[in-house]
Design a protein around this ligand. Structure first.
Ligand SMILES: O=C(CO)[C@H](O)[C@H](O)COP(=O)(O)O
Ligand SMILES: [Co+2]
Length: 196
């Protein structure tokens, strides 16, 4: 697999339902079909309404990390606990316009915080620099509650330059779509991003 050769650490998979975001991708059958292609962890980003109804199917399909949007969950704590009970790592995602205080009371049941650095729905968008302050705030909050094991992931418009600023602010997982898939060499693109 080309992403393994490129030495990517995880495969980030964007699931969009056409309701939570104005775009539609695929569901568990496609994830299940590609599961046998690689042993790399599947980092599944669920941009779907009411994810609690579907997390078990995505886990069954091969997700290692399941990230749900705080904006899409009526009972966020319950959904994150449900993901952990399924044996997956639980991630919570925030849109650029959502304040970090919306995850203040779920600090005990998360393994990852995904901060969207574009409005979700499409690849190839421009990084929103105002999210850098949110990365710093989340990093400080995780330190305060003694959860420095929780990773901060950034997603959207990540390039060499924006990656550097995100890592300086506290991010440790970089999602890159266009920066890898539009590059002449996947390996060179991953190596570039790993430099930060
Ligand atoms: O969740 C996403 C969009 O909703 C994608 O993961 C993200 O946009 C990655 O693509 P790019 O690096 O091209 O911005
Ligand atoms: Co994503």
């Amino acid at each position: 697999m080309r992403l393994e050769e490129a030495q990517a650490d995880w495969i980030h998979i964007d699931v969009m339902d056409g309701h939570f975001v104005p775009n539609l991708t695929f569901g568990p059958p496609v994830i299940s079909a590609i599961r046998s292609c690689t042993a790399l962890p599947f980092d599944v980003h669920l941009m779907i309404e009411n994810p609690e109804r579907e997390v078990a199917q995505y886990r069954e399909a091969g997700a290692d990390i399941l990230t749900v949007h705080a904006e899409a969950c009526r009972h966020l704590e319950r959904t994150l606990t449900q993901i952990r009970q399924l044996g997956a790592k639980a991630g919570v995602a925030l849109n650029p316009g959502t304040h970090e205080s919306s995850i203040e009371y779920v600090g005990d049941v998360i393994d990852l915080v995904l901060l969207m650095t574009v409005n979700p729905g499409f690849g190839g968008q421009t990084f929103l620099p105002q999210v850098l302050r949110k990365i710093e705030n989340v990093q400080k909050w995780l330190e305060k509650i003694g959860r420095t094991d929780v990773r901060i992931e950034v997603d959207g418009g990540i390039t060499g330059e924006t990656a550097k600023a995100c890592v300086a602010a506290g991010a440790s997982v970089l999602v890159a779509g266009s920066a890898i898939f539009r590059a002449p060499s996947f390996h060179a693109a991953v190596t570039d991003l790993r430099g930060f």
